[in-house]
Design a binder for this molecule. Structure first.
Ligand code: PMP
Length: 442
């Protein structure tokens, strides 16, 4: 046997951390050791108010009893079941509950283990759907600048975040990008949906004409771009995308990994904006972030296009070892039950104006150049320090953590998306502490 290397259990070197400046973190680690309700507990025993629902995912807050119990029970009952002509009841139950919760056109759910995998699944379904209908020439995909669709190859190809793309070579071919919809000069400090920019959707028509509309398979957008700083769709923009897609037989995919499960004050962004895509990608809030799980919701038209060959043949050659995993399914069912019991999926609509007023109260504080909000999500954009982009927001994150609130930064933007159980006092604490932070950073 080859040599082995002893490693102390608390050594920080071995874990190559995701989406983290490893050297910076490991020189001054911030360890979270417990969580309950609206709070994290740190290794040094401090309580941190969760202003980000983990990573936009713990929509019902932390350590929710129903979810904890469901996971424990499921682990004792059935830990794992394979696919390949076998199933187990919880995955079917969850698909039923999920499609009941989704807008009526979405009759089918394909399970994955993450948002990234759900994105890949939706893109593959789109391409295979056109082939199944005899339109294999539709191979082009359209994404958008500043779009985030996870980190797998399809997702970074249609995604529009430059650092996520440029390390990794040629990516998928046949991909175009719409312009992003962030128009700071016209729309700064808008409450809710901005007025200006619906015409940016017309770029899809230009791309379609450039290549021939009959070559475009699908367009994927986040109805509200979360990871690049809470960029809200201009009024009429999504409707225009839908119209252009309809005109040319192009599928429209909404990536609702962040907007799904109540973030905007409705179950899905498709409800909120009243625009129906052909597929919805979701994850995160599906299991309250507790167990990794994602899903693609598809219409009957898409699903049924695959159900035409011999009955004993697999219709879609795609799936994961853990698709619809029993424990994840149990967590998903308990999560949806918790949302329903507590009315959380519409809570953003009820408390949204309090949130909006609190956030916009930060206008006029040092460095603040824009504030955006909707439901229970919001962003405060800071002027970058010349020559040191992202540093000001990062300082804000560090100071906020010291003062007991968790915020998230992306570039020079502070983003917040608290658990949907947040109360008015906690909104005051979150935004009040952020106000102190903004006054104290350079
Ligand atoms: N799409 C969107 C819109 C997201 O916000 C994310 C995660 N932040 C993903 C996809 C990827 O999800 P995951 O990290 O679970 O792969």
């Amino acid at each position: 046997m080859s040599e082995r290397r002893p490693v102390a259990p608390n050594d920080l070197k071995a874990f190559w951390m995701p989406y983290t400046a490893n050297r910076q973190f490991k020189s001054a680690p911030r360890m979270l050791v417990a969580a309950e309700g609206m709070h994290y507990t740190t290794a040094d025993g401090r309580q941190i108010l969760d202003g980000t629902a983990g990573l936009w995912c713990c929509n019902a807050g932390h350590k929710r009893p129903k979810i904890v119990k469901a996971i424990q029970q499921q682990a004792e009952e059935l830990d794992y079941a394979p696919a390949f002509q076998m199933g187990h009841p919880k995955a079917f139950e969850l698909a039923n509950r999920l499609t009941e919760l989704a807008p009526a056109p979405f009759e089918h759910a394909f399970f994955t283990n993450s948002g990234s995998e759900a994105v890949e699944t939706a893109l593959k379904i789109a391409l295979a759907y056109h082939r199944a209908k005899g339109e294999g020439q539709r191979f082009r995909l359209v994404g958008r600048e500043r779009g985030y669709h996870g980190v797998n190859f399809g997702g970074i190809s249609v995604g529009g975040i430059v650092p996520n793309r440029r390390m990794f070579g040629t990516l998928l071919t046949g991909v175009d990008h719409l312009r992003h919809t962030h128009l700071p000069e016209q729309n700064a400090f808008t409450r809710g949906q901005p007025e200006h920019g619906a015409e940016l959707a017309d770029e899809l028509e230009r791309i379609a004409q450039l290549h021939g509309p009959e070559t475009i398979a699908a367009v994927i957008v986040e109805p509200m771009a979360g990871s690049t700083g809470v960029l809200l769709p201009p009024k009429g923009y999504l409707q225009r995308l839908r119209e252009i897609c309809d005109r040319h037989g192009i599928l429209l995919i909404f990536d609702e990994v962040i907007t799904g499960f109540g973030r905007l004050g409705a179950p899905f962004a498709a409800d909120y904006f009243d625009v129906m895509p052909d597929m919805i990608v979701c994850a995160k809030g599906l299991t309250n972030g507790v167990i990794p799980m994602g899903a693609v919701l598809a219409t009957a038209a898409i699903h049924d296009a695959f159900m035409t060959g011999p009955e004993h043949m697999i219709e879609l050659f795609h799936g994961y070892t853990y698709s619809g995993n029993p424990i994840a399914s149990a967590a998903g069912l308990a999560t949806l039950e918790t949302y329903a019991d507590e009315g959380l999926l519409t809570r953003g609509a009820e408390i949204g104006s309090y949130w909006e007023d609190a956030l916009h109260g930060l206008r006029g504080l040092p460095h603040v150049v824009d504030i955006r909000n909707m439901g229970l999500i919001g962003a405060v954009e800071l002027a970058p320090i010349a020559g040191a982009p992202t540093q000001r927001a990062f300082s804000a994150f560090l100071k906020a953590y010291e003062k007991g609130i968790l915020i998230r930064t992306t570039g020079d933007i502070i983003a917040m998306s608290p658990p949907l159980i947040i109360d008015k006092d906690q909104i005051d604490q979150l935004v009040g502490t952020l106000a102190e932070v903004l006054q104290e950073i350079d």
